[in-house]
Design a protein around this ligand. Structure first.
Ligand SMILES: [Fe+2]
Length: 196
């Protein structure tokens, strides 16, 4: 265990700048201000190297944002510096709402939060990567959640129609609302921030 590294602090700062600029929903704004406020209290960071999964072959394409937005580019650069130390994991729970290629077509990494690089239980800041043509299963959880989407791809809340926030788009999930995402012809790459 080590104190929070400069790399992680720089990523958190870069992520806050983007969430703060992009999130307009009032609940989302309240939530992210609370989350990044909590993150001013530094946790302890794990040693060691991360581990990747097959879907991580899509990471270079996901990180090549192809959008002229210095703030988003900066956040992705800070993420790229940190990524070799993240443990990418599969979601263990899924049902028949997931596509057949889901298991090897997705991965999640917790940057800060339970089981994350900075292991703590008051907030979650993490990321999902999906290969093209993958449907993530319907799921829900008690903490409210704000997504920051950095790719194409579609999302759904409750039984709403699928919507595409676009690169830099954000949306807020109420506690326990059912939600899902699906990639189209390109990888889907999205960050999420949760707070109990
Ligand atoms: Fe979620």
């Amino acid at each position: 265990m080590i104190e929070r590294s400069a790399d992680l602090q720089l990523f958190i700062d870069a992520a806050f700048a983007v969430f703060d600029r992009q999130v307009e929903d009032l609940n989302g704004r309240r939530s992210i201000l609370e989350i990044f406020g909590l993150l001013e209290h530094k946790g302890v960071e794990k040693h060691g190297t991360g581990s990747r999964l097959p879907v991580c072959e899509w990471l270079p394409e996901a990180l090549a944002l192809k959008v002229d937005d210095p703030l988003l580019q900066h956040m992705l650069g800070r993420f790229e510096a940190l990524e070799p130390r993240l443990k990418w994991r599969r979601r263990s729970k899924y049902d028949d709402t997931a596509s057949e290629n889901f298991v090897d077509g997705h991965a999640n990494a917790v940057i800060v939060g339970p089981g994350g690089l900075e292991d703590r239980d008051d907030v979650w800041l993490g990321v999902t990567l999906m290969a093209p043509g993958v449907r993530y299963p319907d799921h829900n959880h008690a903490p409210e959640e704000t997504y920051l989407v950095l790719s194409d791809g579609e999302f759904r809340q409750g039984d709403s129609a699928w919507f595409a926030p676009g690169k830099g788009g954000t949306f807020y999930n109420l506690p326990n609302i059912k939600h899902a995402m699906r990639s189209l012809n390109t990888p889907l790459f999205a960050f999420w921030a949760l707070c109990a």
